[in-house]
Design a protein around this ligand. Sequence first.
Ligand SMILES: Cc1cc2nc3c(=O)[nH]c(=O)nc-3n(C[C@H](O)[C@H](O)[C@H](O)COP(=O)(O)OP(=O)(O)OC[C@H]3O[C@@H](n4cnc5c(N)ncnc54)[C@H](O)[C@@H]3O)c2cc1C
Ligand code: FES
Length: 242
Amino acid sequence: MKVLVTSVVKNDHISKNICRLSVEFDLEIKPGQFFMLKTTDDAFLLPRPLSVNDVNGNIVSFLYRIEGKGTKTISSLHENDKIQVFGPLGKGFDISNLKGKTAVIGGGIGVAPLLYLCKVLGKKADVYLGYKDSENMYIFDEFKSLAGRCVIVTEDGSYGEKGYVTDYVDYEHYDAVAACGPEIMMNKIAHICKTQNIKCYLSLERRMACGMGACLGCTIETKAGNKRVCKDGPVFDSEELI
Ligand SMILES: Cc1cc2nc3c(=O)[nH]c(=O)nc-3n(C[C@H](O)[C@H](O)[C@H](O)COP(=O)(O)OP(=O)(O)OC[C@H]3O[C@@H](n4cnc5c(N)ncnc54)[C@H](O)[C@@H]3O)c2cc1C
Ligand code: FES
């Protein structure tokens, strides 16, 4: 893990309110890990957590939705502007738990950390991506070349299957499920996996101040006591979660 002030290699708007930032970084990164990012002009005080979306050689990318001040300021950066990055942080997905046939399920901006996961898992992973509608879709085409099977679902049916992504997964075909997305989606996945006895790993989000286990701001209650999402997660075995 290191703190680095580096230059923006690219920062593109790729869909409505969705951008992708690339910076140079040369440490090993695991899928599901994240960085804390901050502009160098102190436009906002606390760094913001963003998951690693992709790694290509020494270029690391982040896919993010513009939510508020932090992400809006980051979205205004141009090539060669300076940015402070701090990471990689958290435990990420344990690939040794995903050796069998794996379903990777993403909802909305939750697809962000799953692209690099699919790259590492290769064709043994099938991917299921859920979006609101065809106007709010991004990077689905990049998954197609990485995953064994790629199923795309929109809530209104304007692209791919219609409805909720969780309803299109053939759970019984898989040894494990890895997911990231809205909590309601992950709750449903955890419930189905429990009833079908399938291992399930979920990437959680909490508001974070330090990102490294010091402030306890991201603490959640688990069956094994309190855990910090930033340090003990953000990926958790769903069996641990309440
Ligand atoms: C480990 C981790 C990884 C993340 N990875 C990504 C990613 O890859 N791409 C991405 O777009 N976002 C990701 N997020 C969420 C991202 O950090 C927040 O959207 C961002 O910090 C918002 O900052 P802001 O200043 O733009 O908005 P703010 O002004 O701080 O907030 C705007 C709105 O977003 C809500 N919000 C802020 N942070 C969170 C959060 N953590 N969870 C739920 N709601 C929140 C606020 O309540 C508010 O309603 C991640 C969060 C965590 C904890
Ligand atoms: S953000 Fe400070 S302990 Fe997790």
